[in-house]
Design a binder for this molecule. Structure first.
Ligand code: GAL
Ligand code: CA
Length: 342
């Protein structure tokens, strides 16, 4: 009788444990990773190259045995379009989003949609402001530090000027320069411009800023702006600092169109190390550029996407402030440019 009683108690306990176990829902780990990539504008040269790296990265992860599908959408410069595309990507069952915001100051609609559906977001290349990043715990950012690229550009320009007495062509002891700037409000535009000039000054170079033009990262717009600057300051410009390679190439297009002789050219500096930018360093048209590590960024986004969906591997990632992954820039000159050609 006694043993029967014990048996009944043990049985009850087992049932209890079983029911409790069922009631405590285990988080489901989806077998398949469905990634939605939303881009601000794929006609942007660097961005286009970054997105192809990202696709390759997801293919590699797939070859390593993880089942992944990737859907890419291009907002062609409209935040409205991007909000709709994100809604569509979530409706198509994406379980992680990689978002390259059109307007980095306006991510609220996308964050709300993602939070309602519990889909983590990895923002990339266009950094949301810190308050927006705090809106939800499943928001991340992968990119690079604008300040570092500006400082490196300033250092390379200072070296080039120090090494070449001809750089100060009118020999007034100052460097007359112009800046071609990216989109207003973009973290990489304002900060690159300021930190490049500050670094040059801190290296003892006297600067004389003749002017600047906003060309929104775009080669054709930069050519236009440069032609305007050249009509205002013919033969006076000794240095061109561009916030990216596409714009430095546009500036060179302007000089070529106006048939400037080689001796009358300023020294040109870009940022990104796009295919065309690296070619221009090899050809000696651009003095130097700064490599914006698209392969490293794509790798970080890929690994983070897998970790965010599966819940494993987060501790392997090099976060700053728990949410940010920044890849370092690198200086590219004619000495090392070939290392960057893949
Ligand atoms: C920058 C890059 C630019 C442009 C921009 C787009 O990091 O240097 O060339 O692609 O991102 O957001
Ligand atoms: Ca001068």
């Amino acid at each position: 009788m006694k043993s029967k009683g014990y048996f009944a108690v043990i049985l009850c306990c087992m049932f209890f444990l079983l029911f409790c176990g069922c009631g405590r829902k285990q988080p489901e780990v989806p077998e398949k990773i469905q990634v939605g990539v939303a881009c601000y504008n794929q006609s942007d040269i660097f961005l286009g190259e970054l997105v192809s790296c990202l696709k390759q990265q997801f293919e590699q992860l797939e070859n390593s045995g993880i089942e992944i599908t990737v859907l890419v959408r291009d907002a062609a410069g409209s935040q409205r379009t991007q909000d709709d595309q994100v809604r569509e990507l979530i409706d198509m069952n994406c379980n992680v989003l990689c978002v390259n915001l059109v307007d980095r100051a306006d991510p609220s609609e996308i964050i709300d949609l993602a939070r309602e559906n519990d889909v983590p977001i990895i923002f990339f290349n266009r950094e949301p402001v810190a308050e927006d990043m705090m809106q939800w715990e499943k928001l991340y950012y992968v990119g690079a530090k604008a300040q570092q690229s500006g400082e490196m550009q300033g250092e390379l320009a200072a070296d080039a000027i120090a090494e070449n007495a001809q750089a100060d062509r009118n020999r007034d002891g100052k460097i007359q320069y112009v800046v071609l700037e990216g989109e207003p409000g973009h973290q990489d535009a304002i900060i690159r411009t300021e930190s490049a000039a500050d670094t040059l000054k801190s290296k003892g170079i006297s600067l004389d800023k003749l002017g600047s033009g906003i060309a929104n990262w775009d080669r054709a717009q930069a050519q236009n702006r440069m032609q305007q600057l050249l009509s205002q300051y013919p033969n006076q410009i000794e240095l061109v600092l561009a916030n990216n390679d596409a714009m430095v190439l546009g500036a060179i297009d302007a000089y070529e169109k106006l048939n400037y002789s080689e001796a009358a050219l300023p020294v040109f500096f870009g940022i990104d190390g796009t295919e065309a930018g690296l070619e221009a360093v090899i050809d000696g048209k651009v003095e130097a550029t700064i490599y914006n590590d698209k392969e490293g960024q794509a790798r970080a986004i890929g690994n983070l996407a897998v970790a965010a969906v599966t819940g494993t591997g987060m501790d392997q990632l090099a976060f700053e402030n728990e949410k940010y992954i920044y890849l370092p820039y690198q200086k590219v000159t004619e000495e090392n440019v070939r290392e960057f050609l893949y």
